[in-house]
Unconditional design. Sequence first.
Length: 469
Amino acid sequence: MNSSRLMLQMVVWGVLSSLLVPGLGLAGSQQVPAVNGQDLQSQVKGTATKVIPAVVSIASTVMVRDQAFSDEALPFGLFKEPPSRRQYGQGSGVIVSPDGYIITNNHVVADAVDVEVILADRRQYKGKVVATDPKTDVAVVKIHASNLPTATWGDSSHLAVGDFVLAIGNPLGLSRTVTFGIVSAVGRADVGVADFEDFIQTDAPINPGNSGGALVNIQGELIGINTAIASPTGGSVGVGFAIPSNMARAVMQSLIKTGRVVRGFLGASTQDVSPPLGKILRLPDVKGAIVTDVQSKGSAERAGLKRGDVVVRFDGRDIMDSGQLRNLVAQSPIGSKHRLDLIRDGKLYQAELAIQEAPRERTKKTQAASTASTVHPLAGVVFDDVTPPLARQMDLPVNSGVVVTDIEEGSLAEASGLQPGDVVLELNRQHVNSFGILQRLADPLKPTDLALLLVNRQGNIMYIPIQGE
């Protein structure tokens, strides 16, 4: 099959860290005994019955704009645009703590203004996105509930090609769907779904809507979060990918504790070994990670690494490519020390690598926050009139206010708690029933003035003060 015809179709599943969440223990890997067909069927049935209650359906709502129209720029960074429309998505998630922590994929809940979680017993809850990590496509959602059924963590490092697995999720909106297959491969990278990839490949059928759902072994232990498929049609052709539970668990632990992921950093650029490079560098095998650049005062430089070195083992574990090395370093605790075996000029050397924290990226949020004190208090907020179509869509009275359709990350409004989908009823105690009135009231405000908004958020009326600085 021509690889250019393959398309990656995102899919959803879920995981959580036993170190973070009380009541969740990491189950040890078990050897699967030899079974006859009847015994295997009984075990598959038992596993499905055990895990299904812990897998949920996640419905998300995102506000999208019609790109055919251009924005109408107005003073103080305000914009008026044609009505936004709501776009709905669906995926899966896995409950990993009795008090409502759920692991899913980032792409299932990214930019969502509303998250609805539906349990296997059809109970429904409003979900809150705790934190997300686009680099691994992991997200954590929380619901207010107790005594929930949970999945038991497994150790994905013990997986081997040929192991039996079950995928459980909500493909195409069909809740509580179970499929069966084997592990087709482990350590898959360069799939193009996330920055950090170490996927489990499986032939257990998964389809759009499975994303964020559970991949479990025959004992019912959670060993992966289903994330993507490779397909020329958009449906399952037996090539699915799941985030290993060990990676997902570590990411989730960091997200819950700090709201972000703390990763180890090599302090060097690397690339894969190709056959020509292997010959030039006098390597015994076409594997390893070639050091192409070493950053000043970084971990690699302190360890004595040089350009042209080829890292072939990390703590005794063979390194197949640069992606594997990057993942191992990223998952290592900050300050931990590790032995590197490397080849330099055809000779084997050893080095000790002390892991440093990866530098934080300068995001739009940070940049916006640094300038927020010099702009209008409502800068970065996009408003629109509540027109009849939008009123019907949002179940609001016509001319009932002005709806917030978008907010710039890092703006004063976002920091104050204003959200897309909020309907502004008043500005500084003055009634607002159209964008024109809002603009007239907002024009005189200075960067240091207070903008006191009265908003309707899904039927809840509240004040949101946005104080300039």
